[in-house]
Design a protein around this ligand. Structure first.
Ligand code: ADP
Length: 583
């Protein structure tokens, strides 16, 4: 080789090395592989070049690069490379160099060597992570002895670079696909979680979980059930079925003993069980199926229930379907636990409600009789009384009134909380109502030398609400103003129309309420620690009841208070329909 030709070859070699080194970094692998192979062909006086990979699943050969000397991709129509040599290289993991394949006893009998009239061939393995993943082969069909040992070294070097780059690209693609699948799954589970957690109704949660399981595994039908401990009327624990799809629901009370083959299999296996050729006796709903997948619903490791999915196809459920159903079961378990807890809370609340109902009713009966006899004695209908006897009876009467208020308040709260409170709506004159309530309180106000001013707006349209309940609210606010205003204080009641509402406000120049106490106002049993409050009787229930009564009738209750200066409580009442706007 002349000095000039040698320099040229060295330059080309350097260029090929530089190009090969880029393989590991490129994102457009096919393009770069083609470029490198073209350079290789030019440099080694090869006629054609191929990069062949072994299919990791089937074991067949896949051509990823096929370039001709004209720097073009060889189409399928053109004769292909020597399979005999490629297979030999892949099997042995060692390179091959032959100057004339047809005369080489190792390959001469190879079918492709003969049929393609191949002469010079060199082939190097592609090795990634210690495994031969394919081969790179260049050939020349005309020239004998076209390749040198140096050329083979170059091919081997290139093979090393290419194998790493191809493997990286393959891993990248796999990771990318796996990541995309994971993101899809997470998005889906986010939707499922949202739906499952939106409902606190156990039946709805179970229905939803089953619907998702059937839809996303492509099952023909399925069931979902919860394990019930053996109890009254039942000898042993059972699986109570709540929902069945794809076949008729045998009835709301449909349950299976834990000895049922599906349940025993799941219990024994500790995980999901896939059964083929499901018979009548091993099917959860008694109808045969080609495949049945049973997935346990577990909470903290303990079995809670079971999801089954049926299909009439033999290979219905993939590994992915099983994994999906298991993840869904985990999520359903959380929603089921929540729904059950909520059910328990509702039950406890119902029990409390019934208890209060019973107690208030039972207390009212003796209280009525005590009041009756006390009034009878006070009226001296059973004979004359001494002054101290009268005083004692009056104390009994006062305490009885206190008790009656508490019993009445508890009964009201109970009715409202259990949704049993009814309102008898009707039209009434609000100013008249205020005057009546004020009159009833006149004696109590006089006793503490408190003045009461009524500032009532004239010509108010009629209110539309439950009159008795509005009286109750106003009585409470006026009574509070009276109790929490020192002797000689001033109280004012205002009425006015505000938009499509009537407003009543009770203002006092009493003890006022501290900002901390204001934050707790309207909560049940709240009473301020202020000495003036503790000196008065009360249960701390009035305001919370007043707020519920006002709001239930479409009004609002508000307050304004400054400690040591006084308070104003106001509430609104709906107007009668059709009240003219110009008033
Ligand atoms: P009660 O009067 O039986 O204590 P309420 O629910 O009617 O119960 O009132 C709760 C608490 O709110 C009272 O104990 C008192 O601390 C405070 N409060 C209510 N009205 C006034 C008011 N007009 N002035 C000062 N404090 C008040």
């Amino acid at each position: 080789m002349s000095e000039q030709a040698e320099t040229l070859q060295q330059e080309r070699l350097a260029a090929l090395y530089a190009l090969s080194a880029q393989l590991g970094m490129t994102l457009d692998l096919p393009l770069l592989l083609n470029q490198v192979m073209d350079a290789l062909v030019q440099l080694t006086s090869a006629e054609r070049a191929f990069v062949v990979l072994v299919d990791p699943l089937g074991g067949g050969l896949e051509t990823v690069v096929a370039r001709s000397v004209d720097q073009e991709t060889i189409g399928d129509a053109l004769p292909q490379f020597s399979h005999t040599i490629v297979e030999h290289v892949i099997k042995k993991g060692e390179p091959v160099l032959t100057g004339d394949a047809q005369e080489d006893e190792r390959f001469a009998t190879g079918e492709s060597v003969g049929s393609l009239s191949l002469r010079s061939i060199m082939c190097a393995p592609l090795r990634a992570r210690g495994k031969v993943v394919g081969a790179v082969i260049v050939d020349n069909r005309l020239k004998v002895g076209a390749f040198t040992r140096e050329d083979l070294q170059l091919l081997i070097a290139f093979g090393t670079q290419a194998a790493i780059a191809i493997e990286n690209a393959r891993l990248f693609q796999q990771t990318d696909e796996a990541l995309a699948r994971r993101v899809d799954e997470l998005t889906l589970f986010q939707r499922i979680d949202l739906q499952l957690n939106r409902s606190l109704d156990l039946g709805e949660v179970l229905d939803l979980a089953l619907e998702w399981a059937i839809a996303l595994t492509g099952a023909d039908g399925g069931s979902i059930g919860l394990l019930q401990p053996g109890g009254a009327g039942q000898d042993c624990p059972s699986l109570q079925l709540y929902a069945l799809r794809g076949s008729a629901l045998p009835g709301p009370e449909y349950s299976l003993p834990v000895t049922h083959p599906v349940l025993s299999a799941v219990a024994e296996h500790g995980g999901s069980v896939l059964t083929h050729d499901v018979t009548v006796s091993s099917a959860i709903d008694g109808s045969p199926a080609a495949t049945q997948l049973a997935v346990a619903i577990r909470s903290d490791g303990a079995p809670l229930g079971l999801i089954t999915l049926e299909s009439q196809h033999d290979h219905a459920f993939t590994e992915e379907d099983i994994l999906f159903a298991e993840r869904l079961a985990d999520r359903a378990a959380v929603a089921i636990a929540k729904a059950r807890l909520y059910e328990q809370v509702l039950q406890a609340n119902r029990a409390k409600s019934e208890f209060i109902s019973l107690v208030t009713h039972e207390l009212r009966i003796p209280m009525t009789s005590i009041r009756g006899y006390a009034d009878l004695l006070l009226a001296e209908l059973a004979g004359p009384l001494s002054d101290s006897q009268k005083q004692f009876l009056k104390t009994i009467r006062r305490n009885l009134d206190r008790m009656a208020v508490l019993v009445g308040d508890l009964a009201d709260i109970n009715r409202m909380e259990s949704g049993r409170m009814t309102f008898e709506l009707g039209e009434f004159d609000l100013n008249q109502l205020v005057e009546e309530v004020a009159r009833d309180l006149a004696d109590a106000l006089d006793a503490r030398q408190q003045t009461l001013t009524l500032a009532l707006a004239p010509l108010l349209p009629a209110a539309y609400a439950d009159r008795t309940r509005i009286v109750q609210v106003l009585e409470n606010l006026l009574d509070n103003a009276h109790k929490y205003t020192p002797e000689g204080g001033a109280i004012t009641v205002w009425t006015q129309r505000v938009g499509d509402r009537l407003e009543v406000a009770v203002s006092d120049n009493g003890i006022g309420i501290s900002p901390e106490d204001q934050a707790r106002l309207f909560t049940q049993f709240f009473r301020s620690d202020h000495d003036a409050v503790r000196a008065q009787n009360g249960w701390g229930l009035g305001l919370s009841i007043a707020r519920k009564l006002v709001e239930a009738q479409g009004g609002q209750i508000e307050f304004n208070s400054v400690l040591g200066e006084g308070s104003t409580f106001s509430f609104t009442v709906p107007l009668v329909e059709g009240a003219s706007d110009d008033r």
